[in-house]
Every structure is written in structure tokens, then in C-alpha cells.
Design a protein around this ligand. Structure first.
Ligand SMILES: Cc1cc2nc3c(=O)[nH]c(=O)nc-3n(C[C@H](O)[C@H](O)[C@H](O)COP(=O)(O)OP(=O)(O)OC[C@H]3O[C@@H](n4cnc5c(N)ncnc54)[C@H](O)[C@@H]3O)c2cc1C
Length: 309
């Protein structure tokens, strides 16, 4: 099994900056993610070294070329889940196209959490509303649950819920379904169907018991899993057990999270949502990840040497 040294989730300023450092240090570096929002026709007027301004698209393009020049591999793949590997020293990453094992992960996903627009959703958090199937799916064994979301992330969460024998519906909350055909086929074969009415309110005494749709109709359910848009660093934080504050991942001054081997940088840590800050934090996260991986390799080499002596 091939283990990648460092996998970076995000091709924005934070992820690309980290990739420049990690690949330049000679570690194999995989960068997952697609064009960030800022890579459009926007004038960036406050980034160091560009007194005449630069278009967001060009800045990101240059960042991609810079990281690639040192050997980082950039792939436009959407990460669906990150789990601790079997050996406690690696992580397993599942994307819409592949599975990878890696020694360290740098989260640089920006902030993209899409809200489902249900007024009293937070009132039922921990009482039927959840954001993480791998954390809470167990509590919904043989129960009826709705996954909120329109994309691959929601489809993946819905399929994962089948491991708990749950009866699953997907509600895109008025958004256009954006799930590839092969996944739609899997949903169909697994008896997971869509409900296309929008949920406006939740109801239940102490715990969630029913959902109320915009046309006033109701449906009894035991659980609601929120998986709108793309999986964000917050979703990965739930399944990895990372400490968070509000919608951001907690890190120390070296961009380390509370889980060894997981680092975070840029908008997803919520310091000051600017390109210059994301680039700086990416560099620090890159250096910390380099140190982490070098230490793991050193320990492995020492252990191997000890067995031969
Ligand atoms: C329109 C616009 C204009 C802006 N103008 C300025 C400006 O003038 N000056 C300035 O300093 N800042 C500006 N900003 C803010 C700046 O863009 C952000 O602070 C910066 O891009 C944050 O960088 P990041 O790398 O943390 O995240 P992002 O740039 O948001 O990049 C996130 C990356 O993560 C990837 N990703 C997310 N989820 C997943 C997943 N599940 N799987 C795989 N990949 C994933 C995305 O595809 C993307 O590549 C602007 C932002 C926008 C949207």
C-alpha cells in the first residue's frame, strides 16, 4: 500500500502555499480540491508584491504552477471523508474518485459551509440533528433519517447510514441535485429516495420527531443529518475529533490541531480571512507537517534498525 507523505485538502492560497513548502522539502505532496472561489475575474488589490493588482484567477494559476514546479501533484477531486488509518500513524482519505493513505493532512478548505435554512435546526442538535454519520450513525440504527444535501457529500453520508440499517431519504432543500449518475444509481439500488419539498421547521418533544415542509405537510423522522454543499473542514473535524470554535478548526501557533498529523490553515481556521494570511498560515502548516512526517520516518527507521540488531 502506497502512503503519501502529505495530503493537502484545498487548492486555494493556503493549500498551494503549504504545497510549495512540503514539495520543496522533498516530501511527496498531493493537493486535492478544485479552483477556489477567488480564482475568478476578481481584482486582488491588497496582496504583497502586486502594486498594480492581480486577477484572482492569475494569482491562483501562478500558485498552482509554483507548487507543481517542486513536484506537488494537483488533482481536482472532492474529498468526501477522512478517517484515522488502522495503524494510528496514517489517515485514509476518500474522494469522489479515489482512496488515499497519507501520513499527514493539511486542511485548507476555506469556509464553504452551506446552511440548510431551517430556523430551529440548532435547537435539535444532539437530539436528532447531526453533522457526522461516522460519529453518530450508530444512534440511528434501524431508524428513519433524512440527509439534507444536494451533492456527493450528501449521497455518501446517505450510503454510509445504510451500515446502520437506517431507512434513508435525501432532501436537497430546494437546491438542484448535483450527484453523478453512478452515485444516483447506487442510491436507487439501495432504496434511498429523494424528497423534493423544502423542510422549514423541525418538531418534537425533547427529541426530534417530525419535519415540517413548506407546504405545511409533515413527516415523522428520528434523525436529520446535515450534509449540504461540499464536505468542509468542519465535517472532517467532526469525524476526526478535532476541536473547533464556531465554524472554524482550532489550531496552535504551529497550525497543529489537537490530533497529531492533522494541520489546518487559511480561512478554515478563521484568523483573518485574507489571502496574505492564508499564504502565511499555509507556510507554517507546511513546515509543521514536514517536521511531523520526518519524525515518523525517523522513528520507523530506528525501529527497523533495532529489529536487525
Ligand atoms: C470573490 C472573492 C474576492 C476576494 N477578494 C479578496 C481580496 O481582494 N484580498 C484578499 O486578501 N482576500 C480576498 N478574498 C478572500 C480570500 O479569497 C480568502 O481569504 C482566501 O482565498 C482563503 O484561502 P484558503 O486557501 O483558506 O481557502 P479558499 O481560497 O477558499 O480555497 C479552498 C479550497 O478548498 C477546496 N475544498 C473545499 N472543500 C473541499 C473538499 N471537500 N474536497 C476537496 N477540496 C475542497 C476548494 O476547492 C478550494 O480549492 C476574496 C474572496 C472572494 C470569494
Amino acid at each position: 500500500m502506497q502512503i503519501i507523505d502529505i495530503t493537502i485538502i484545498g487548492q486555494g492560497p493556503a493549500g498551494l502555499s503549504a504545497a510549495i513548502y512540503t514539495s520543496r522539502a522533498g516530501l511527496d505532496t498531493l493537493v486535492l480540491g478544485c479552483e477556489p472561489k477567488v480564482a475568478g475575474d476578481y481584482d486582488i488589490d491588497n496582496y504583497f508584491g502586486f502594486p498594480e493588482g492581480i486577477k484572482g484567477r492569475e494569482l491562483i494559476q501562478r500558485g498552482c504552477e509554483h507548487a507543481s514546479r517542486f513536484g506537488a501533484e494537483l488533482r481536482c477531486e472532492r474529498v468526501l471523508s477522512i478517517r484515522q488509518g488502522d495503524d494510528d500513524q496514517s489517515f485514509k482519505i476518500k474522494t469522489d474518485q479515489n482512496e488515499y493513505y497519507t501520513r499527514a493532512v493539511i486542511l485548507a478548505t476555506g469556509v464553504s459551509r452551506v446552511r440548510p435554512g431551517i430556523k430551529n435546526l440548532t435547537q435539535y442538535e444532539g437530539r436528532g440533528v447531526s453533522y457526522c454519520v461516522s460519529c453518530d450513525g450508530f444512534f440511528f440504527r434501524n431508524k428513519k433519517v433524512v440527509v439534507l444535501g444536494e451533492g456527493l457529500f450528501a449521497a455518501n453520508q446517505a450510503l454510509e447510514l445504510l451500515e446502520y440499517n437506517a431507512r434513508v431519504l435525501i432532501c436537497p432543500q430546494g437546491k438542484k441535485v448535483d450527484i453523478p449518475d453512478y452515485y444516483l444509481q447506487r442510491l436507487h439500488e439501495s432504496d434511498i429516495s429523494f424528497v423534493h419539498k423544502k423542510i422549514v421547521r423541525l418538531d418534537g418533544d425533547q427529541v426530534l420527531q417530525k419535519i415540517i415542509f413548506e407546504d405545511g405537510s409533515e413527516q415523522e423522522v428520528d434523525g436529520v443529518f446535515v450534509a449540504m454543499g461540499e464536505a468542509s473542514s468542519l465535517d472532517f473535524a467532526y469525524s476526526l475529533g478535532l476541536i473547533t470554535h464556531k465554524m472554524f478548526v482550532d489550531v496552535d501557533h504551529e497550525q497543529k490541531t489537537n490530533v497529531p498529523g492533522i494541520f489546518a490553515a487559511g480561512d478554515c481556521v478563521g484568523t483573518f480571512l485574507q489571502i496574505s494570511v492564508a499564504v502565511g498560515e499555509g507556510a507554517v502548516a507546511g513546515r509543521s507537517a514536514i517536521n511531523h512526517v520526518k519524525q515518523l520516518k525517523k522513528e520507523a527507521a530506528e525501529a527497523a534498525k533495532a529489529t536487525f540488531e
